[in-house]
Design a protein around this ligand. Structure first.
Ligand code: ZN
Length: 77
């Protein structure tokens, strides 16, 4: 599968194919990703395994969700 270089959603620079290969979901270049502190934000939510108000500690697992931060074009900021 050939990787087509894509323009960065923030600054318009071309995202290198190596980055797209490593992170196919990415929409920004390395520089912008660093500037915004990462393109994705990971939300960790404890799974509720015990009843509300229970004194038992919740040893349940955690659900992680990865959300994409809103990306503004640099020239629109
Ligand atoms: Zn960029």
């Amino acid at each position: 599968m050939a990787i087509v270089p894509q323009p960065c959603a923030r600054c318009g620079a071309e995202i290198p194919a190596e980055r797209l290969e490593a992170l196919p979901e990415t929409m920004v270049c390395v520089k912008c990703s660093q500037e915004i502190g990462g393109e994705f934000q990971v939300i960790v939510t404890p799974e509720r395994t015990s009843k509300e108000g229970s004194l038992k500690k919740n040893y349940g697992g955690y659900t992680t969700r990865k959300i994409r931060k809103p990306i503004k074009r640099k020239d629109e900021v």
